[in-house]
Design a protein around this ligand. Structure first.
Ligand SMILES: O=C(O)CCC(=O)C(=O)O
Length: 249
């Protein structure tokens, strides 16, 4: 279902919006066929990231970047065609991970002109399964100071400010999503459960958005619909092969 005007107002006012059932079941099932095979040994937070220079690489795993309902929601919130900024399958193994500390995505790279992240549950995520936390209205302060995390999430940014109003999202069903501004503070914690947590983060920028650092528009950030046109046949062929081979979701 398309976002309502109320959803859009909630996103701008609170810095996030929950969208139950954003992704159709057939697509989360197809994602899970791929995602289950990516769980690695160990107890860490694990990511498989989209590579702009090689859009065909792992194309079935990054299909949600051009999933029509996701792109439509991002475009409605951004008020323009959505360009793919970043995509990431994020797995937290059973009883694993430390999650990611409070951060804004704009603390990694600062985009001006509209940019957001779509956290999508690929399978059900209970609150104790490294579900996402957000700090409502934290986006209103803009990009805030941060540092490199040196302890539980090396290689990640960490906000110098800890919000006092953080909330854990309610339990999510496969296909539910939380869309949040790249200035909204968010985090996740350890997965306390016996099941791995599977989520996909699909980030988009507005059609004319620019990098704060350089003032440039990044030509690699293609429109999501163009990415779909480029890789759809690869993904469809992979799906046919998986179904013929009896791979289960
Ligand atoms: O996967 C997670 O646990 C957190 C995701 C996140 O922080 C992000 O996508 O920026």
């Amino acid at each position: 279902m398309p976002l309502t005007e109320e959803d859009i107002q909630h996103f701008y006012r609170e810095g996030y919006v929950l969208v139950p059932g954003l992704v159709p079941r057939a697509s989360t099932d197809a994602m899970m066929r791929e995602a289950r095979a990516r769980v690695r040994d160990g107890d860490t937070w694990q990511a498989v990231c989209f590579e702009h220079d090689k859009p065909e690489k792992d194309a079935p795993l990054h299909r949600l970047l051009w999933e029509p309902s996701v792109v439509a929601a991002a475009s409605a919130l951004l008020g323009s065609p959505a360009r793919v900024y970043f995509g990431m399958l994020a797995i937290v193994t059973a009883h694993g991970g430390h999650g990611l500390p409070w951060h804004q995505d704009n603390q990694y790279s600062h985009i001006l002109g509209g940019a957001l992240n779509t956290f999508i549950a690929l399978a059900d995520i209970e609150q104790n399964m490294a579900n996402l936390w957000v700090a409502p209205r934290s986006h209103l302060a803009g990009a805030r100071p941060s540092k490199a995390n040196e302890t539980t999430a090396k290689g990640h940014r960490e906000s110098l400010e800890t919000p006092e109003n953080g909330i854990c999202l309610p339990p999510l069903k496969a296909g539910d999503a939380c869309i949040f501004d790249r200035c909204t503070l968010h985090r996740s914690l350890k997965n306390e459960s016996d099941r791995p947590r599977f989520a996909y983060a699909a980030q988009y920028q507005a059609d004319l958005a620019r990098e704060a650092l350089t003032g440039r528009r990044d030509p690699k950030r293609m429109r999501a619909t163009d990415l779909g046109d480029q890789v759809r046949s690869i993904v469809e062929a992979a799906d046919r092969a998986a179904v013929a081979g009896g791979v289960k979701a």
